[in-house]
Design a binder for this molecule. Sequence first.
Ligand SMILES: Nc1ncnc2c1ncn2[C@@H]1O[C@H](COP(=O)(O)OP(=O)(O)OP(=O)(O)O)[C@@H](O)[C@H]1O
Length: 871
Amino acid sequence: MAKPSAPKETPLSKQYNQIKSKYPGAMLLFRVGDFYETFGEDAIKASKILGIVLTRRNNGGAHEELAGFPHHSLDNYLPKLVRAGQRVAICDQLEDPKEAKGIVKRGVTELVTPGVSYNDNVLDIKQNNYLASIHFAAEDLLGVAFLDISTGEYFTTEGSLAYIDKLIQGFAPAEILYCKKHKAKFEMIFGDKYNTYTFDDWAFTYDFAYNLLVTHFKTNSLKGFGIENLREGITASGVILQYLSDTEHKNIGHVSSLTRLDEEKFVWLDRFTIRNLELVFAQFEGGVPLIHILDQTITPMGARLLRKWMVLPLKEKKPIEERIDTVEMFLNDMDLMSDLAQILKPIGDLERLVSKVAVRRISPRELNQLKRALLQIEPIKEILKKHVDQFPVLEKYLNQLHDCSFLIENITKQLRDDAPALSNQGGMIATGVDAELDELHKIAFSGKDYLVDLQNRESLRTGIPSLKIAFNKVFGYYLEVSNAHKTKVPPEWIRKQTLVNAERYITEELKIYEEKILTAESKIFEIEFKIFNDLVITASEFVPQIQLNARVISTIDALLSFAFVANKNNYCKPIISEGKKIDIKEGRHPVIEQQLPLGESFVPNDLFLDDSDQQIIIITGPNMAGKSALLRQTALIVLMAQIGSYVPATSAELGLVDKIFTRVGASDNLSRGESTFMVEMTETASILNNLSDRSLVIMDEIGRGTSTYDGVSIAWSIAEFLHNHSKFKPWTLFATHYHELNQLTEDFKRIKNFNVSVKELNGKVVFLRKLKEGGSEHSFGIHVAQIAGMPQSVVLRANEILHHLEKDHIKENNKEKIKEAPKNNFQLSFFDPVDSVGEEIKGMLNEVDVNTISPIEALLKLNELKRLLQK
Ligand SMILES: Nc1ncnc2c1ncn2[C@@H]1O[C@H](COP(=O)(O)OP(=O)(O)OP(=O)(O)O)[C@@H](O)[C@H]1O
């Protein structure tokens, strides 16, 4: 059989192959004329993602796939590729094809990846777009760095796997860099949901990274950033710079500092807390995260800051109070709030605009937007000045705001208000900036007047009334005559094109003027482009000041948002204390209270915890009573206070919390295929091993992923452990269906029983949602099954079985056995093995896990039981 011949290498394909080989793993968009083309595998992927036509061409006997799109559609198509997780190398023509000798010079001008993008269509305005780098330094020591190139924010830290994992959860990077040899480890820990890129060992070396960083920051050391001793963090940070260089992002002056993410400053939220409390994203479709309630920010950068605050709550009293006091100041002056809101509105995304200045990617239209944003600085300062005597906290903002008047003046003077989006087609620079430019404009305009004059003259001379002069790229200026008047065309006109209804002509005179106009125009474009670029360079000198402005404005915006939300939702000012108690009066769940159906109102609850009498609360109550809601609202109130917000309660005195842990029973996660009982236990173990003096622990139905007895035993021993800890007294809320746990209070003085009350009315259960002291007896699970629409016969039968089980359970359930559990391996029996049916039923019931069984399965099981009894 004849071997397929290798594709013939033309000069163009040789150039393509050379460039392609330099960017492994990236899709190469290869500019040919007015098109970006993709070939082979790239073409197959591009056509799938973009829905563009895939063609096959014969290349020297071999078939090759090809797909392309017009170059002006890049802004449309690029985001789609990047959002699909592609790394895209944009290869442009580096010289004017007309002037090229031989093949046009081409090169990659940018490699856009999910984590490195300035493109407004790739970025979400309300979210940062982080590139992360993880350095696996030792078994339980990792370095990490985050960079949002669109805003210039650059962070680093190092720590245990749990800490880095939590940060990755919170920052939700769009792309992660790590060392190739740790692929298996990376995927085991972080899963396979991230866009990643791997480097070889050499990139993850400290000296190499250190050098890259000091070279970039133009400093002698990293001491000024307070990260000098963060060896692993520095290594991770260096890899980010290397990646930027590899992806042709060389102009990054706006990345002007590297901030240490200080673990000591922020409340420890484990990854499950961020997820379980639904802080920034909902767990299930249709859910509402807390950020949706709290985010009433006006600027995108305010929204992004708020999101950061939410995953990094503060744990020091002073900065928390500073935020809360500013919110209070706003609330005390509604006029001030609405005035500030008005002023913030036109500011837009100053932070991302200024990054575009730094990397010289700002468009003329955006530069005007930047000016409009900067014009708001002065009014903000005016307002702050008015209030600074009363609220000295404002002094800090006032001092940091820079009015950038020189830049504003320059833009106003040089850039036209209606400057277009593109910088290479003129129409940007105002009159009076450049004498030559003004002169050329005159020529171009008078030329255009001349054309109008020519059109009128020729129309009169030839008697063609509908004669018109138009322009296209191929023929330049031409005269168009509709078919009806074709016969009137004079012989000296030269025909250029025939259309269905018209003919197009040029004349000698037209050609002369065209030449004059086009020469003037191309010169205009050239001069305008230069003036614009100089203006961008002037603007780039203001990058640090504008970045600082953006930071101050986003802080004001986020705090203003807290004030608006507090006012709208009737929140109260929390009192932050160094004391050891949490005392919430009439607390509410900030999200659920907004979601209740019309006519239903949220039932507020008091909650008290301290370290002397009431450290642990066991909350029992029927299904659907509101136990989980209460647990979560407590954690949310604490968290909201520590990010500086008011809280949904009538009063709240809150002892500072330094760690929040939440653990939800395994069966919840099991249904999503994400977790197992084993994982739940590992995570619970990690809580118990990481407790601190001011931890808040939320345990929702811990142990329910296993058999009842195992579950009770585990929950019991966890509660005991938390109570008897030798060093710490973590505040704990423990929701459970295991009423056995109510017996804990008999021996452990800081454990208290509460229940979320219900009332039985005419055989029906009414949810009162009130937290009351004392344990509760029933779960009312069967009642919930009834509400869910179970057939009446099944509900009745279930009630019968329940009574039967309870009777025997009470008989057998010996409290002492539980308390003596460590010594006594207790087993309770529900059925006496009187006959084989009893044995069979016993076996079946033993297999059933009442906490995880679905209603349908329960139904089938009940049917089976019924059948057995009828035997
Ligand atoms: N205080 C309240 N006021 C009004 N409605 C509430 C209140 N607390 C909870 N709810 C409503 O009750 C529903 C059930 O609450 P929640 O999930 O907390 O119950 P639960 O006791 O944890 O139930 P289960 O034991 O079945 O998990 C919530 O989705 C919410 O709509």
